[in-house]
Design a protein around this ligand. Sequence first.
Ligand code: SDX
Length: 394
Amino acid sequence: ELGYFTYDAGFTSTASCKSRVTYIDGDNGVLLYRGYPIEQLAEKSSFLEVSYLLLHGELPNKAELDQFVSSVTNHTMLNESLKDFFDGFHYNAHPMAMLTGVVGSLSAFYHGELDINDPNNRELTAHRVIAKMPTIAAAAYKHLVGEPFVYPRNDLSYSGNLLNMLFSRPTEKYEVNPVAERALDQLLILHADHEQNASTSTVRLAGSTGTNPFAAIAAGCAALWGPAHGGANEAVLNMLNEIGDVSNVPKFIEKAKDKNDPFRLMGFGHRVYKNFDPRATIIRKTCHEVLEELGVGKDPQLELAMELEDIALQDDYFVERKLYPNVDFYSGIIYRALGIPTEFFTVLFALGRTPGWLAQWMEMVNDPEQRIGRPRQLYTGAAKRDYTPVDQRG
Ligand code: SDX
């Protein structure tokens, strides 16, 4: 007797909500935010404009955009006592551990505005989270490299400020490189939402209990960290290092196909895209442009990645299972060209995904059909039996 519920391991065919935020056509590689194609947004928009679009459903007019940017910009500072929080982390703590912990801790600083039934609180908190995530991320980075924290600068763009907080040092003059700034902004746009992926579903499930959004976003960060999800961008670079040389690619392709070997091609495959991931197509192109414009020249890891892609895409195993490079396959190569260490890649995915998490959370809170998320199960354990005292057990 297993019970009478529909069994759908991994939720491959269960819609957990109705949503107006993001549309994906996995067979045809289509991704729309609020109806706008990802290709157009990546080329023409900015990350904060896309954040507004996701949160509010429409592109902002000039006054609305100015007001939104000003509000986000004016919430970038962290409470000074959070410095002590970072001091408590081990010197080599993973930045995702710090991000997850610190973003959750923000709820301790805004007691008065945690009532999510008030729409003003919801909006204010969304601005705060979008504004403070880069400051927390950069502080985690500085903790990692052992340098003093850099305060946010309100005269810079969202991505320019992030680069400045990451790379400027008190002893040197640092100018934000516009090519790096635009590339980072574009990557954040590409990561901004992806309907009911694992981390977004986690944010919704946590949020469905009525918990505050800082706590729900912390839950999203925790879910994103895994190598099957946002942690794949870090895993791709580690995998390319492990492969080492183009001549080793066939051997690793065979390992990825071997069901007795845990090795899988990181950055390959997707639950929904069964033709191509449109974000990977954009990132692949940007990757070549950025390397050229930054004067990095030929990157052996990019060559290796392209060779791996070429061989995998001609292999029956990958063709039959419709396994293509996903968003994480090439993004790490761009991040590395920007000087970002591998263990920081997933943090950038989290920054990009933040407006999507918030937009989905807001939609859920506003949904009159919303109920606490509570999946059922098919019970496969022991039937009812009687307790025996320990001295009578065999
Ligand atoms: C993201 O959901 C989203 O929208 C996520 C995301 C977002 O923006 O939020 O797009 C971001 O998470 C991208 C995915 C990053 N993860 C990776 O790159 C890790 C490697 N990929 C796999 O772990 C996997 O493909 C998943 C997790 C992405 C998808 O898993 P599914 O849908 O459960 O598919 P599956 O594991 O059941 O795979 C189907 C078949 C299996 O073979 P068979 O049992 O049928 O013989 O394909 C095989 C798998 O073993 N397979 C792979 C493979 N991915 C799937 N074989 C080798 N290498 C791989 N990468």
